[in-house]
Design a protein around this ligand. Structure first.
Ligand code: SF4
Length: 289
């Protein structure tokens, strides 16, 4: 028995009413939402996504704006390289696909900033294709409910994708809801630290529960790096100063943003290397055109 029937009926009753799940939501909107969701929680993405799609309702409209405007509008969503990638992706869709987001996984994978997860998510959530989509939440549910393990092993596409595919029914709508519902169950119920098995539609068939909830015996979970004082924080502060200015910002002004010269220089150099900032110490710094 697969996990699909229980997941599908649970998801149809309990799935969150998210913008990208509305009927008729455009494929471009799904693509933008997936870029934003790559590193940012849903609650922070929703208002930013709405504003983004109002301003740039199609790939062509974003492609016609300078990349600096995309970085500026990305604001404080974090990991701003995604804004540059999204802009480059809009340009590629406009130039190579006539402004239509492709539905084929391989064509999606050929676009800038789109990796295996995002390509599959767009194919499934925007176009209803029957392909497996596997993120951290899905891997956790599969590890517990199907494999009987407390925690998933390291990500491994050659193992994870066939395992999810083996759970997908033939019916397209059911396959879609199995993908979306497994992800949702991992986000809301089968969470990393405290799975709520009593509320889970899989409790009666969950292999981990049936094995008596054995403890994790693999390598320890990776903990998230601290943000405060990190190079990421300094990069965010420097970008914030540049976003706020329409003209190049002198290097001496950026000195005020962060007191540690070595760390600030390292963060600035990495922003320049990533193409998020252009400039020199003598000419000042700004966002790319
Ligand atoms: S029964 Fe518990 S461990 Fe199993 S899938 Fe549901 S929440 Fe996760």
């Amino acid at each position: 028995m697969t996990i699909s029937p229980a997941i599908v009926s649970w998801f149809r009753e309990n799935g969150r009413d998210l913008p990208w799940r509305q009927p008729g939501f455009p494929a471009w909107g799904t693509l933008v939402s997936e870029f934003m969701l790559q590193q940012t929680p849903v609650v922070r993405v929703i208002p930013k996504l709405e504003a983004w799609l109002e301003r740039w309702p199609t790939p062509e409209s974003l492609a016609a704006s300078p990349a600096s405007e995309a970085v500026r509008a990305w604001d404080r969503l974090g990991y701003p390289r995604r804004a540059l990638n999204l802009h480059a992706c809009a340009v590629a869709i406009t130039e190579k696909h006539g402004g239509v987001v492709p539905s084929d996984v391989d064509e999606l994978l050929a676009l800038p900033g789109i990796g295996d997860y995002t390509a599959r998510a767009i194919a499934v959530f925007a176009y209803g294709k029957r392909v497996p989509v596997v993120d951290t939440n899905v891997r956790r549910v599969l590890a517990r409910a199907v494999e009987g393990l407390a925690e998933p092993g390291s990500p491994h596409a050659k193992r994870d994708l066939p395992l999810m595919e083996s759970q997908l029914p033939d019916d397209l709508a059911d396959a879609h809801d199995t993908n979306a519902g497994t992800m949702e169950l991992g986000a809301l119920v089968c969470t990393a630290r405290s799975p709520r098995c009593a509320e889970c539609p899989l409790e009666a068939q969950c292999a981990w529960v049936l094995r008596g909830r054995p403890a994790h015996d693999g390598p320890p979970r990776r903990t998230q790096k601290k943000y405060e004082g990190s190079d990421r924080q300094v990069r965010g502060l420097l970008l914030g100063a540049l976003r706020a200015s329409e003209i190049p910002v002198p290097a001496s002004e950026l000195d005020e943003v962060w007191g540690d010269d070595v760390q600030r220089s390292r963060a600035l150099a990495s922003l320049v290397r990533d193409g998020l900032v252009v400039g020199t110490p003598s000419a000042g710094y700004g966002l790319p055109d």
